[in-house]
Design a protein around this ligand. Structure first.
Ligand code: KIV
Ligand code: ZN
Length: 510
């Protein structure tokens, strides 16, 4: 079987999705999980775009081993040098450089002739090759480019040293048979096509990103670029979990396979959704809440007789938890540590103590602690940025005949203050008093609550999105009490805003 490389661009193209921006610690958390998922390449960001982007890529390059770490660069000297600097510490690094090849992009956006674009592409690849052997070239808007010109650019960039040639359907315009045909034409017309891996990168404007990617694989593409949950610009990118599970479930048909550890898919999807605040629709293939739920009596009857009647893949194969009770209140530190290791978390002693303390508190409130609860504990306790505002105490009164009021005590820069406010409901009262105490000027864009596991004692998980001065952040909080979870989520978002402001100040002061 042919081995198809999976190039994950959740941290670059995925992050271009409105409201999905992440700080560098969050990116690192996702990159760690992508490494566990065993992706071949992680596109960690666009280093020249901002200081934050650069730092994010550099941190991932330094910390992550296994996948190749790629940095994106336009076909410009400063972009390539910046990308090279950011990825140079990686075990294996890649520079991914691009320029548009369609008439509309060349004439209207770049204002460059075909010859100038060709020259810039070749020069970019040659420059990038001075920093690393692993250079990828993308012909932006390839699917709307003149095929003969596209083939000339591909031939020249392979000759200049590109090892991977990426064919993006940048605006999600292509149709599967047409896109498959384009890849076949490239394979046949470009004399040195065999010297590079042909990659595809499809956007989902017509809902065809996965279908187009798979058609390309059938025509010989050896790399698919995609994102977790399909997040990305506009309608998003090809969804990795769908591409991977199609190749796995229909492996014989494609005569191709990936190296993805599919049991890590669900966890990765949840992590990306939690960190970006981009909720996964319930009927989303592979990872949606209903993806393996069988409602009709006829289906349930069939399943009881033989699962294969209505199940083409199992929930276990993508790591959907079976609500396994993993630990209880009598479990000790040693059992907790073993469970974390089994789940792929390697914590320092200090982190372990923090997480264990939180686990003990949760186990006192809840009879059974599931794997999903442990994920939530780790997200909350370990992957946290420095906190200016810490929740010390909260008491809320509400009911049918009382004015909802919230009393909140916060530690702000080490000093405790307590205050009280009324509101339209318990969450409103809590948010009003927190806003007053922190003097926040941000706007609440969205508020969502969901239960992590079943049952009335489940951990409630709250996600809020705040905006201030054009910057959007996502905050999360989890607790068995949803008002406490709401307060934590709001404070988490406020802490992220403070953190990003302090970083901007540090950069300006330098
Ligand atoms: O969609 C696109 O064309 C891109 C390129 C930069 C690869 O994201
Ligand atoms: Zn893209």
């Amino acid at each position: 079987m042919r081995r198809i490389r999976i190039f994950d661009t959740t941290l670059r193209d995925g992050e271009q999705c409105p409201g999905a921006s992440m700080n560098k610690e969050e990116k690192l958390t996702i990159a760690r999980q992508l490494a566990r998922l065993n992706v071949d390449i992680i596109e960690a960001g666009f280093p020249v775009a901002s200081g934050d982007d650069f730092e994010g890529v550099r941190l991932i390059a330094k910390e992550i081993s296994g996948p190749v770490i790629a940095g994106l660069a336009r076909a410009k000297k400063e972009d390539i040098e910046r990308a090279a600097e950011a990825v140079k510490v990686a075990e294996r690094s890649r520079i991914h450089t691009f320029i548009a090849t369609s008439e509309i992009h060349m004439q209207r956006k770049l204002r460059m002739s075909r010859e100038l674009v060709l020259e810039a592409a070749v020069a970019a690849v040659k420059l990038a090759r001075q920093f690393t052997d692993d250079v990828e070239f993308s012909a932006e808007d390839a699917s709307r480019s003149d095929v003969d010109f596209l083939c000339r650019v591909i031939e020249a960039t392979i000759r200049a040293g590109a090892r991977t040639i990426n064919i993006p359907d940048t605006v999600g315009y292509a149709l599967p048979s047409e896109f498959g045909e384009l890849i076949s034409q490239i394979m046949n017309k470009v004399p040195n096509a065999g010297n590079a891996v042909i990659s595809v990168h499809c956007h989902n404007d017509l809902g065809l990103a996965v279908a187009n990617s798979l058609a390309a694989v059938l025509s010989g593409a050896g790399q698919v670029e995609c994102t977790i949950n399909g997040i990305g610009e506009r309608a998003g990118n090809a969804s990795m979990e769908e591409v991977v599970m199609a190749l796995k479930t229909r492996g014989q048909f494609f005569d191709a396979e990936t190296g993805i550890a599919t049991q890590e898919i669900y966890k990765t999807s949840r992590l990306v959704s939690t960190i970006t605040g981009m909720v996964v629709q319930p009927n989303k293939a592979i990872v949606g809440a209903n993806a393996f739920a069988h409602e009709s009596g006829i289906h349930q009857d069939g399943l009881l007789k033989d699962k294969r009647t209505y199940e083409i893949m199992t929930p276990e194969s993508v790591g959907i938890p079976q609500h396994k009770m993993v630990l209880g209140k009598h479990s000790g530190r040693h059992a907790f540590k073993n469970k974390l290791t089994e789940m792929g978390y390697n914590l320092s002693d200090e982190e372990l103590n923090k997480a264990f303390e939180r686990f003990k508190r949760l186990a006192d409130q809840k009879k059974e602690v599931f794997e999903e609860d442990i994920d939530a504990i780790i997200t909350e306790e370990i992957y946290r940025i420095p906190e200016k505002y810490v929740l010390k105490y909260i008491h809320v009164e509400s009911g049918s005949d009382v004015t909802p009021t919230a009393t909140v005590e916060l530690e702000i820069d080490g000093r405790s203050i307590r205050n009280v406010s009324a509101g339209d409901g318990p969450v409103d009262a809590t948010y009003r008093i927190i806003k007053l105490m922190t003097q926040a000027s941000s706007h609440l864009l969205s508020y969502e609550v969901k239960a992590i596991t079943g049952g009335t004692d489940a951990l409630g998980e709250v996600t809020v999105r705040l905006e201030e001065g054009g910057r959007t952040v996502v905050g999360q909080g989890a607790d068995t009490d949803i008002i406490v979870a709401s307060a934590k989520a709001y404070l988490n978002a406020l802490n992220k805003l403070c953190y990003s402001k302090s970083k901007i100040k540090m950069q300006n002061d330098k």
